[in-house]
Design a protein around this ligand. Structure first.
Ligand SMILES: [Zn+2]
Length: 367
């Protein structure tokens, strides 16, 4: 049992394990202070404390590298340990037994039938503290207010594998990529992409409010919206693109003229054949390059017109919501197509950085 070791002189006795007992004590202390199993798990991850499984591996001499994440505590492990009454110093037996000698299947007995033998080993927590903590660690899943409903159903995608992230209702709620355990066909498995629900909620709400406030202050002007949120800095703006386009078109008609004159001169025998051929080749190449450039510009301008139109649709949608103070399923459906989650930088504290891309309806990514 985690926190204890077997007495080498009496295999039925538990002795305090000096390495892991402080972890158990700390866990109860934090729980008494009101920290949820999720928060405790986060703290242990930050402190790089080996999980019980990793600890066993270490003591058995298994290389830790073979364990995927030796510090990855989860709230279920913490809650399980916090529910274990043996940390009060008691031995509990008959927690499960065989139904009959014919079967190996174990049946769990209700807690009232357990046999508790008190003060069998050194306690790691006193009974009062143990009882205080039990309310927080019920076997039944307690859903927090935030995570009771996941309003982002079907919207959250993994950047690396493209699958929808799974939502875990435990604690504060958390998204993670479920395919990370499975090895996919290309031999690569995905990483967890774990993202706490409140973090996502805050990020999306902040951005929605930023856009909404901007749009209102500009009275829904879509050109301003476009310039502020959509146009990337190194793009030519419309006016200079139009100037560039005019220049290309002028040169193109000049070339047409030159080539026409060249044909006339040739027809009248003014220039010899080889001279004509080399001049023509030069002008012809330039003409072809020019028309390619003009086409590219043209499609860019058309695309921009489409984007402008889409910006209009988006502005209509967001203008319907006045004073956005919370996210609702209908607001999300109206404004957001999907949210793509990147892997975080691994920190569990304030250094944590995790990129999420919000793909808005009609307009896609915004700055
Ligand atoms: Zn993935």
């Amino acid at each position: 049992m985690y926190g204890y070791k077997l007495d080498p002189s009496d295999r039925h006795r538990l002795l305090v394990n000096e390495e892991t007992a402080p972890v158990v004590k700390e866990m109860f202390r934090m729980a008494v202070d009101g920290l949820t199993p999720y928060k405790i798990a986060q703290a242990f991850i930050t402190q790089e404390i080996l999980t019980p499984r990793a600890y066993i591996a270490k003591t058995k001499g298994v290389y830790l590298e073979v364990l995927e994440r030796p510090y990855l505590w989860n709230e279920r492990t913490i809650a399980g340990l916090l529910r274990n009454r043996q940390y009060c110093g008691h031995i509990i037996s008959q927690k499960q037994s065989r139904k009959s000698f014919k079967t190996t299947k174990l049946v769990k007995h209700p807690e009232s039938e357990w046999i508790v033998v008190k003060d069998m080993h050194e306690a790691l927590v006193n009974e009062q503290d143990f009882e205080k903590v039990q309310a927080f660690v019920q076997t039944k899943r307690r859903k927090s207010k935030n995570s009771e409903q996941n309003i982002f159903v079907g919207m959250i995608k993994c950047f690396d594998c493209g699958y929808s992230l799974t939502f875990n209702y435990n604690g504060i709620g958390r998204f993670y990529c479920n395919t990370f355990r499975q090895t996919r066909r290309n031999g690569k498995s995905c990483t967890p992409h774990s993202l706490p629900y409140p973090m996502l909620y805050d990020a999306v709400l902040t951005k929605v409010r930023e856009i909404s406030t901007f749009v209102k202050s500009r009275e829904g002007d879509y050109e301003e919206f476009y310039n502020h949120f959509l146009q990337s800095g190194n793009d030519l703006n419309n006016a200079s693109r139009k100037r560039e386009m005019d220049k290309l078109k002028r040169r193109s008609s000049e070339l047409e003229n030159i080539i026409r004159l060249l044909y006339e001169d040739r027809a009248q025998g003014i220039i010899p054949v080889d001279r004509f051929a080399s001049l023509f080749a030069g002008y012809d190449t330039e003409q072809k390059e020019l028309s390619a450039k003009i086409n590219a510009f043209q499609s860019q301008i058309t695309q921009e017109t489409d984007t402008m139109q889409n910006a209009g649709y988006f502005l209509n949608a967001i203008s319907k919501f006045t004073e956005i103070t919370e996210l609702t399923p209908s607001l999300l459906r109206e404004l957001i197509e999907k949210v793509v989650v990147h892997e975080s930088n691994g920190y569990r504290d304030e250094r944590r950085k995790q990129r999420i891309d919000i793909h808005w309806r009609f307009v896609g990514l915004l700055k």
